[in-house]
Design a protein around this ligand. Structure first.
Ligand SMILES: C[S@@+](CC[C@H](N)C(=O)[O-])C[C@H]1O[C@@H](n2cnc3c(N)ncnc32)[C@H](O)[C@@H]1O
Length: 217
């Protein structure tokens, strides 16, 4: 195993913490591909578009997107992704890999005023919550609930999909959840409708992560 580089002590709540890691090409959280659980989930969704019944593409927000490995995959399956990251170095890396699709990525803070409630049907979580210091988790739970619309009379509401990391290690990132902690945070506004153990976890998350789908009530 290679020794991680020495980095200046910075706060993971700041873009600088992430910038220096992207610039040093030290991104052990990056799967460098599309996780199988996301592939399976998208394959099971109704087609977003047919010539007989063109539907508006489903809008998905990818907060803390890093290299934005999933953007092209969402687009190819008829979705409309917006990937955001507050680190300029992450946005540059994502843009370089996406080429003509780079307009789907922009520099923004998940908690900032440019991300608006009602703009997205789905939020895709991938190594973002575990990148936030635990002191920010209550704000994260409040934010995902406010960004996604509550279920309407037909039971259609926003969805939070993606990967969640359980780990008791007090040090991070990644900052892991304690067992039951995610339920405590999300259950006031969401119901968990799917939970699967992935089979293709990268080493940093192996044995600790699960794929989950939470429906806004
Ligand atoms: C562990 S990385 C995960 C990147 C990517 N999702 C992946 O799986 O490869 C966490 C990312 O979240 C970004 N980030 C942290 N806090 C953020 C915030 N408040 N708003 C937007 N991005 C943020 C960091 O810049 C970093 O790129």
């Amino acid at each position: 195993m290679t020794t991680p580089p020495e980095f200046a002590k910075l706060d993971p709540a700041t873009p600088e913490f992430w910038n220096i890691r992207f610039k040093a090409n030290f991104t052990p959280w990056d799967q460098r591909g599309v996780p199988q659980c996301l592939r399976d989930y998208l394959a099971a969704q109704p087609a977003a578009f047919t010539f007989k019944a063109p539907l508006r593409p489903r809008r998905v927000l990818i907060p803390g997107c890093g290299a934005a490995n999933e953007v092209r995959y969402f687009i190819d399956r008829g979705w409309a992704p917006t990937a955001i990251d507050f680190s300029p170095a992450a946005v540059a890396q994502a843009g370089a890999q996406l080429g003509l699709l780079a307009s789907h990525v922009r520099q923004a803070d998940f908690f900032g005023g440019t991300i608006l409630p009602g703009d997205f049907e789905v939020i895709y979580e991938r190594a973002f919550l575990c990148a936030l210091p635990r002191t920010m988790w209550a704000a994260w739970a409040k934010r995902v609930a406010e960004l996604l619309s509550p279920a309407n009379a037909r039971g259609e509401g926003g969805l939070l999909i993606g990967f969640f990391v359980e780990d008791d290690n007090p040090k991070g990132p990644p900052f892991g959840l304690k067992s039951g902690e995610l339920d405590e945070m999300l259950s006031p506004a969401f119901t968990c409708i799917e939970k699967i153990v992935p089979t293709d976890s990268i080493p940093i998350f192996a044995g600790k992560e699960s794929w989950q789908v939470w429906a806004r009530r």
